[in-house]
Design a protein around this ligand. Sequence first.
Ligand SMILES: Cc1ncc(COP(=O)(O)O)c(C=O)c1O
Length: 442
Amino acid sequence: MLPVRLDRTRAEPLPAQLAAAVRALVTDGTLGTGDRLPSSRALAADLGVARAVVEQAYDQLLAEAWVSTRRGAGTFVASGETLPAPPQPNRPATRATEYTHLDAGTPWIDPRQLAGWRRAWREVSATTPPRGYPDPAGLPELREALAERLARTRGLIVGPDEILLTSGSTDALRQLLGALGPGDVLVEDPGYRAAVETIRTSGRDVVDHPALAPVTDLAGCAAAYVTPAHQHPLGRVMPAADRLALLAAARAAGAVVVEDDYDSEFRYDVAPVPALAALDRSCVAYVGTASKSVSPGLRLGWLVAPPEVHERLLDHRAITHDTPPWPSQRALLTLLRDGWVDKVVRTARRVYADRAPRVAAALEPYAELAGPLAGMYSTWLTSPEAAAAARASARAAGFEVRLLELYCRTAGPTGLVLGFGGVTDAELDRALEAIVSGLRGR
Ligand SMILES: Cc1ncc(COP(=O)(O)O)c(C=O)c1O
């Protein structure tokens, strides 16, 4: 008889358990090619189950070609050539050590605001979804609410019909690249890794440009991807002269400047730096995101493209329906209308305004701050050895902090990029203690 045990307390049906047991006997070599399996009657009696259980298991194994039947002779283990590839042994996945990430992109979301978030989703569930495919530009009421917000918070005067809803910044970039003519894409170095990945995936070459140097020539480029309000990850605000030079270079080359305005609302010293798109809409594609103000999980963003590109994208989207899901758009509409987003941004700004100087006070004796204190992360320049020691010390305390070199393609600055949005105050204190102890040990 077969060395098989069935367990009636398990949720898995008995035929499935039996089939799995026979497969295991074949793969571990207990049963070999041509071995005869017991008759269904005998095995059922032996296991104390109904004969139908064994028949079902044998039928399954036959369908999967683990066994074959010969009329009147019984059921046999199939020959090697017809055996399906043995399943990989169920090794427990090797678990990476769980660290608390000091991630530069994770915002602080005030847990006290959860009630408003839930209210918005209740409203979504009570709303009838559109019967057909939704507006290719995105929900019209949401575009209206965003136009109002962009004027109020970014000095960007646009009509709702000039806005396209996207599934976040990288989706906006991906769609834009699909609508532009041939050419490379200039990207700041160090720079945003998701943008680099998106550009490369689109089949275009990335032109590495030193992040703090003015862009004066875009010949051969279809676009330049920049973060002028808060260079990612060095933190600098693009100086006025560099903004004008960039726009002039784009106009001369017929290229589009992609302005990634990811966290400009989180300035706590001065008012947000005006958007580049407010200076010249003809060659700037403005990209905004709900990832910092609401949640990266919402996967929503917006794009204000130069008029010609906008029309091309709209035509494309009318065919492909390449728009973000309607429920997320509907929820964001409620969150904006309720004043929830404004409230969350205000509280998060206060939290960052408190944490950023704490980080600075801890690290300043050992490292050099790369840009002004703004947003939900700060970047610290140190020697590679000091950065590595700080990272190792943070890890020993259970925290993961990123090295600046991760954001560099050819550029050479070294140090740490330290996010302080996605942790609690207590976690931040412990992480800082560990990082400082690593830096001090150097
Ligand atoms: C430079 C930059 N741009 C954009 C984003 C947001 O991207 P998405 O809108 O795709 O979530 C982030 C998030 O970390 C970022 O760091």
